[in-house]
Structures are given as structure tokens and as C-alpha cells.
Design a protein around this ligand. Structure first.
Ligand code: FAD
Length: 298
């Protein structure tokens, strides 16, 4: 089923997982993660895409297992910046063979340390919007396409307006819903939705929430994603930096609080970056079961 069809009926709740990273390319631990997440009855689970490294090629396998083994809708991420058109055709055909109907279509980033190499190359794709066009040209409407968006502006964009105009192009090229980058201050999400609607972006915008349970990784992730840390949260981090259990409680409760506020304000959907830690998502669900029912979930 296409996620765009689901979103016509209700606000969704979904999870993101990534192919486990190890030298052997062993992904078996993902099955435990999926089984535990399945208990929370998500509308879909998305699987990230790594253009290189040991997890290359695992996205299709995992997205297929989610759909065909666990009967949960899956979304396969697909990035294009380092890909040839032929690679994208191969990937899309494999997704079709496994009945995966949904693609989160991304530009991606150059592999760390190889920026110069790719900058000098004649790239076949420059933006996610070109990937959308290419998939539509070759596969028609057979996939539901979605895209990424950035409440605090994509790091390479000069300003919010330019990024918003680029987002409009991505939607016009076929993205049927959007998922946001992480944010810890909901007002950035509300600004993005408000301004997007003003320029005619009407597709659902799902809020990407990351429950950060480790101070060090929170600071690293926020820097990497260009996402600010509100004063209140940064004070908590400073106070509890060396108390892992307290940081876990803070991360879970902070995410739950963000979700309550988003649902109260009519969010189109909540997408939780699980970091392959299902127990964290389970604890959030246990904290706010009645509020989550507002999104038609038990
Ligand atoms: P684009 O939409 O192409 O935008 C990239 C930049 O170009 C932006 O600054 C934008 O403003 C600008 N731009 C876009 N179109 C135009 C245009 N036509 N003219 C001028 N400027 C333009 N990365 C992975 O490698 N694997 C993943 O699985 C993955 N999953 C993600 C999931 C989510 C929900 C999010 C938010 C990000 C994810 N990423 C992933 C990271 C993403 O690949 C990077 O953020 C990347 O830098 C941008 O990808 P994009 O698809 O948003 O790019």
C-alpha cells in the first residue's frame, strides 16, 4: 500500500531503522528490532540507505522483510548523489520485485573524505527532485515517493526562503509527503509547515522525532544535522552528562513532550528515529498511550 493513501485517512505513526553496521555485513539483529517495533503497531517502518560501506544493498532486503515477513508497510530510502542512472534502475526494480511500494527519495551526501573526488565527476543526479523525475519517467506512478525537509534549513542552503523554494520543486517533481529532519524545538516545525502552505506545498509533513538518550551522541547528532538545542534541554544535558540512566529518562520524556505538543497542534504524522533501539520507542509509547490514541493508535 502507498503511504500517501494511508495519509488520506489519518495521521500516521512510523519508525526509522538502519541496516546494522558491522564488518561481516550481518544484519540479523535487525529482526529483533523489527519484531519489537511491530508490537507498537506502526503504520510503516522506513529503512535508511547507505550508498557505500557494509550496509550497501541491505535496504531492499530489510524493507522487503518488513513488508513481506512482518506485514508492515515499508519505505525504502534511496539516495542518488553518487549513483548512476543504471544503479537507480537496478535498485527500483529490486524494490518492485519485493513488493515495496514506497521510496523516500533523497539526494544524499558525498561519502566522508571523498567530497573532492565526486565534485570533479560528471554527476548524473544533483538534487532529490531529479531523482523523483527519473523514477516517475521510468516507473510512472507505481511508487509512492516522499522527500526530506529541514525545519532549521538544510546546511547548504543560503536561507530559509531558498530552501523552501527547493522543497517546492521536490514536491512538484513527485514527493507525495515529506519527513522532517530532527528538531528539538517544535516552533521550527510549525514555521516550516506554515510557510510551506503559503507557497502551495500541500502534502503532509511528518515530524521526525529523535529521542536522544545519550548526551554525547545528542551533541554529535545535533551538530551533524544542523539542529539547535534549546536552552532548557542543554541545561539538562550539562547537569546529567555523566548520568546515562538520567539522560535516557530525559530523552524519552523530552520526545514524549514534543509529541504531545505536535499532536495537540494537529501534526500530519510522527516519525520516530529509533536508532535501532526499540525499547526507547516502547517507553515513549508507555508514557503517552492515550495521547497517541489521538492518532488512531492503541
Ligand atoms: P535535496 O532536496 O536535493 O536538497 C539538497 C540541497 O540542495 C538543499 O540545500 C536544497 O535547498 C538545495 N536544492 C534542492 N533542489 C534544488 C534546486 N533545484 N536548485 C537549487 N538548489 C536546490 N541520507 C542518506 O545518505 N541516507 C538516508 O537514508 C537518509 N535518510 C534521510 C531521511 C530524512 C527524513 C532526512 C531529513 C534526511 C536523510 N538523509 C539520508 C540525509 C540527506 O541525504 C541529506 O540531508 C542531504 O544533504 C540532502 O538530501 P535531500 O534529499 O534533502 O537533498
Amino acid at each position: 500500500m502507498k503511504i500517501s493513501e494511508l495519509l488520506k485517512e489519518k495521521a500516521t505513526i512510523s519508525f526509522e531503522v538502519f541496516p546494522p553496521k558491522n564488518k561481516e555485513g550481518d544484519i540479523s539483529s535487525i529482526y529483533y528490532t523489527i519484531e519489537e517495533l511491530a508490537k507498537l503497531n506502526p503504520d510503516f517502518i522506513s529503512v535508511t540507505y547507505g550508498a557505500g560501506g557494509s550496509s550497501k544493498g541491505k535496504t531492499v532486503e530489510i524493507a522487503s522483510a518488513i513488508k513481506n515477513q512482518y506485514q508492515i508497510e515499508s519505505v525504502a530510502h534511496l539516495s542518488c548523489i553518487t549513483s548512476a542512472k543504471e544503479d537507480i534502475l537496478t535498485e527500483c526494480r529490486a524494490l518492485k520485485e519485493h513488493n515495496v511500494d514506497n521510496i523516500l527519495s533523497l539526494r544524499g551526501d558525498y561519502p566522508a573524505g571523498e567530497e573532492e573526488k565526486y565534485r570533479d565527476m560528471n554527476l548524473e543526479f544533483h538534487y532529490a527532485s531529479e531523482l523523483n523525475e527519473f523514477i516517475r519517467e521510468n516507473f510512472g506512478d507505481s511508487f509512492c515517493l516522499s522527500g526530506a525537509c529541514y525545519p532549521e534549513v538544510h546546511q547548504e542552503a543560503d536561507c530559509f526562503r531558498d530552501d523552501l523554494e527547493a522543497l517546492k520543486k521536490k514536491v512538484d517533481a513527485g514527493a507525495e509527503y515529506l519527513i522532517t529532519q530532527i528538531f528539538f524545538d517544535n516552533s521550527y516545525y510549525y514555521r516550516l509547515v506554515k510557510e510551506a502552505r503559503k507557497i502551495g506545498i500541500t502534502v503532509p509533513i511528518l515530524a521526525g522525532i529523535m529521542p536522544v538518550t545519550n548526551a554525547k551522541s545528542l551533541l554529535r547528532t545535533a551538530k551533524l544535522c544542523g539542529c539547535s538545542i534549546p536552552f532548557q534541554l542543554s541545561t539538562m544535558i550539562e547537569t546529567y552528562y555523566n548520568y546515562p540512566e538520567a539522560m535516557k529518562e530525559i530523552g524519552i520524556n523530552y520526545a514524549a513532550h514534543q509529541i504531545i505538543d505536535l499532536i495537540t497542534n494537529g501534526v500530519d504524522g510522527i516519525h520516530i528515529y529509533t536508532m535501532n533501539k526499540p525499547e526507547i520507542a516502547q517507553r515513549i509509547f508507555a508514557n503517552i498511550p492515550t495521547v497517541l490514541k489521538e492518532l488512531n493508535h492503541d
